[in-house]
Design a protein around this ligand. Structure first.
Ligand code: CA
Length: 227
């Protein structure tokens, strides 16, 4: 997923950029409103600071929204409630106040992307992964070749998390935080047990590669019968 980051504050932008890269996002970083509006590479979501050196971020928000429906998340140091309301009225999809954590920003990106899906996809049904696996996130149901797979609640949560960004390397810490507990410091053996269960139950549809010393990477199995 490609993120256009519009932020003139270098330390803020750098830490956000590094955090997003770590989670598998691609990041294009610009520091002015003019550069944001002139950016020509395609992107999937915009993170837009309101306090820019050349223009008011709210004007950039309005201009971006007039051009299309790419999701916009406004980030601001202004604690003013009016900014939030005006930003949303001008077409922003969500809003985060500084200071914020990378995880919070990522959660919001995922949420706005999920909401944005129906705009571009004709049918908002279960998510398809390759030819064999579907995940119905509303009903929390997983099907393999059309047959429902019985997963324990944490197995489902783990699969749901890892399939948000197929191919992205997730560290053990990120997974433990997201799936088990926000403040997990203990051993992560339970994670290995759940990974093993998913590999067994979804064999052939996905692979979960262990990256030694780091974490795991889920890949969707390629179609073997491409006809
Ligand atoms: Ca700023």
């Amino acid at each position: 997923m490609r993120v256009l980051l519009v932020e003139d504050d270098e330390p803020v932008a750098e830490s956000l950029r590094r955090g997003l890269l770590r989670y598998g996002f691609e990041v294009a970083w610009v520091t002015t409103g003019e550069a944001a509006l002139g950016h020509e590479e395609p992107y999937d979501v915009v993170l837009l600071d309101l306090g820019l050196p050349d223009t008011d971020g709210l004007d950039v928000c309005k201009a971006l929204r007039e051009r299309g429906n790419v999701p916009i998340i406004v980030i601001s140091a202004r604690s003013d409630e009016t900014d939030r309301v005006v930003g949303l009225e001008l077409g922003a999809d969500d809003y985060v106040s500084k200071p914020f954590g990378v995880r919070e920003v990522i959660a919001r990106i995922r949420a706005v992307m999920r909401r944005a899906q129906p705009r571009t996809e004709a049918a908002a049904g279960p998510d398809r992964y390759g030819s064999r696996l579907t995940i119905d996130r509303k009903a929390a149901r997983v099907r393999l070749d059309g047959a429902e797979v019985a997963l324990a609640p944490k197995e489902y949560d783990l699969l749901s998390f890892l399939t948000e960004e197929p191919g992205a390397l997730m560290s053990r810490e990120q997974i433990m935080e997201a799936v088990w507990d926000a403040n997990w410091f203990g051993p992560t053996k339970t994670l290995d047990v759940h990974v093993a269960a998913l590999r067994r139950k979804l064999a052939g549809a996905i692979t979960i590669e262990a990256v030694r010393g780091v974490g795991f990477r889920l890949e969707i199995a390629r179609d073997s019968s491409a006809s």
